[in-house]
Design a protein. Sequence first.
Length: 312
Amino acid sequence: MTQTLAIGAYSESDIAGLKAAFDPIFLDTPADLAGVDASKRASIQALAFKGHTAFGGAEMDLLPDLKLIANYGVGYDAIDIPAANARGIKVSNTPDVLNDDVADIAVGMLLMQVREMTQAADWARSGQWKTGGEYRLNRKFSGGRAGIVGLGRIGREIANRLAAFKMDIHYYARSEKETPNWTYHADPVSLAGAVDYLIVALVGGPDTAKFVSREVIAALGPRAIIVNISRGSTIDEDAMLEALEDGKIGGAALDVFLNEPNINPRFYDLPNVVIQPHQGSGTVETREAMAALQRDNIHALMKGTALITPVN
Ligand code: NAP
């Protein structure tokens, strides 16, 4: 039987599923690998990987017979793909099964931000509704102009939802897509200049680092709102914090940050930011589907059949 290792913070039900299928060795982080007996490490052929801690060539070399890294999540930017390729290690991910949840969170965060739902809830809870009267008027959500940065699987689900809110949909991708009357921008600065809401749904990793650059942020107006459900790395975070603090943009709604969970504390002082703790795919139903797809990829390796959702 293929010996399996599981790295990451898995839920109880994920652990039960992995145990029943593979009876793996469990580790919390890649750093724990070095503490595993060399003969045990040498027997590992499949790795069920979860988390955002980097897994590179040095870690792969501690598992000399490794054949598959089955990532729990669609974003595999923590895994060094060139290093895996160089060692003949296959990588799989869990695309599509999480699209709905992540798109729901993106739209929900944007609606929270635009309608000031957190502040309005505080107004009621703190008793100000009784003493101060109506909460202040805010801003109409439906019918705005939305710009999606990265019209991939998740980006398209976000666009579909915002179209149902009667929004005018603009998008950036590396190539123009087939869409129903949505406006393509080959340049993200042009996209930013055309919209009220900029929703980032790019892949992470070095190629998209700071893709939403200082220049893109400067092209947004003082009422514009940035939503990010991709990775903290895709936005120039310093430039975004400055723009939020100086009122150059209206607000942000963020599920992802640099250095999570030790995020820049400047975010906590900003009333115009909705913060979510990277919970885009965090529902019972979707995590079960992700776990099942991760296991199915490992089963495919064991059976010698094609991976279901290969990355490399
Ligand atoms: P996808 O279908 O691969 O779409 C990714 C988008 O990124 C595409 O539009 C693609 O453009 C664009 N892109 C890729 N490389 C690029 C580059 N070098 N420069 C510019 N654009 C580039 O991915 P997905 O399934 O929608 O997932 C997107 C990301 O969401 C994941 O990678 C992950 O980081 C994040 N995510 C977050 C959560 C959460 O909990 N917040 C959950 C799941 C996923 P083209 O269309 O031109 O190829």
